[in-house]
Ligand binder design. Sequence first.
Ligand code: HEM
Length: 212
Amino acid sequence: MSYALPIRVLHSLIALATLVQLAIGELMTVPGIAEADEDEAGWILSAFAHEGHGDIVQPETLGFEVHEFLGLFIAALVLVRVLMAFSDMPGAGWRELFPWLTGEGRRGLAQEARSQMPLWKQGRLAPPEEGERLARTVHGFIILCMFGMAVTGAILFNGWNEHGHQTAFIAAVGELHEGIVGVLEVLLALHVLAVILHLRQGHNLLARIKPH
Ligand code: HEM
């Protein structure tokens, strides 16, 4: 299987933008209230107060501004990828990304896990030609997490409280946004680790996803 060109191009853009976004997310100074309050309330309180309304004056930080706008850019890319999942482009379809949603897919997944287990126990991965349902399942969860980040991020972007105090709903969305990023980081670590293992075994995966 080879990915359609639009998938390859999107992968490069999404991968690069997301890795930068994750680094910014870790390093940025969140414009906010006193550090003690920020620690207690989480980043989102300060994020929502960063426009400086009400009784809390918030300085803008470049890192946070970039995080917001890069986030919107990634959200748009992810939306395009999600729409592609309903097309018939090679490698794009939702049935491939979420095989566990159909009976046939679940049987295929179980069979693939059984046949590849002996290799995994040796720290090896089977070449993609011998079954890629599990890998595609991980890709599906990555896209699902990215979609979750996009939706929660868009709500947060629009949800500032003019008085600098976020509602319980917005605070909950902020918690969710942070929770999903934790899951996404684990999945991406697995994704990159799997790619490295494949490459060490001589499986030329990158040729399938490179845009040229
Ligand atoms: C160093 C970074 C990365 C490398 C080397 C890499 C490499 C790859 C490779 C080789 C594939 C094709 C796997 C196959 O043959 O089936 C792939 C697919 C995929 N990767 Fe990555 N990747 C990286 C980062 C990322 C990031 C940051 C994301 C998401 C934020 C991501 C999401 C995906 C998805 C969703 C697919 C499946 C293609 C699709 O359905 O859109 N990758 N990646």
